[in-house]
Design a protein around this ligand. Sequence first.
Ligand code: AQP
Length: 339
Amino acid sequence: MSEVNFKKRVFSGIQPSGNLTLGNYLGAVKRFVEMQNTGIETIYCVVDLHAITVWQDPAALKNQTRELAAAYIACGLDPKKSILFNQSQVSAHAELGWILSCVTRLGWMNRMTQFKDKAGKNAEKMSLGLYAYPALMAADILAYQATHVPVGEDQKQHVELTRDIAAKFNHDFKSEVFPLPEPIIEGTATRIMSLRDGSKKMSKSDPSDKSRINMTDNADTIASKIRKAKTDPDSLPSEIEGLSSRPEARNLVNIYAALSDTSITAVLQEFGGQQFGTFKPILAELAVNHLAPISNEMARLMADPTEIDRILGDGAQRANIIASPVLEKVKNAIGIVAR
Ligand code: AQP
């Protein structure tokens, strides 16, 4: 048990690996904004070094990085209240990532389900980086001695691994450098599913654009994707139990609940007995009303990429001020001779 009382600090990140989806927004960014406004120190990152674990077109990566930063700000992250930057500008992430990959055990890595999901039957052809990704994610969090990590359900295993890595480091080097960070997974939207397959999560990198709502989609596209979303022929149930074997229906109800900040039970009380033909247009209108101001603001911010780069650069400087001394402590603990 740690003797040290670490300052409460939030860290999280998103990969600029494509368009930000409604899943990323409801499962992560919306929560980032809520945490920023509680007065706790918050650090949010565009994790570009994670994105390159799979192929990224270089020009597209630059654009996606700026677009994700614009999305963060358009969703309500304030670069004056939160530290906002892209990961590769703070070299402590990569340095600590290497050190922690020497602490992490192969047996732990082999249990990571996200690698198995992403690699599928092609594991031999995947990059070493995709396999090692969780050790870099541990470094992202621990470089700031972060205590709380808001994430969607799919990242829970990686945050738990981060705790194991932190505990092993502290134990092996008889140090108290790292806190054991807690995953914060709350709300109705911790796992938004694909609009085409209720058993798969909504993802930026899904080959089917129809499987997701992108934060940059216009009103017609959002309405069309919701109208065409896979459902079943039954009407909506009035009780939550009625959704148990209906993943697509559950997903649309979840999205409605999360967008309107209400519970699934309340949504079913209102719409129980109605057909999807009635429910889908109402959901589409809610989604458009919610997302349109965000995508408009993103477009406005993207018109000035120099300003986005300035914000990211300023955030990186502030992040570096926190991460550098932590990295020094780590180097000192493991016996590395430093300046
Ligand atoms: N479908 C989802 N529902 C709820 N939360 C989600 N998150 C991702 N998908 C959903 C949360 O978004 C944050 C950022 O995730 P990431 O970009 O680091 O990587 P990811 O989890 O692998 O997200 P994607 O969209 O599926 O990206 P790709 O396709 O590039 O792998 C995390 O907090 C995640 O939980």
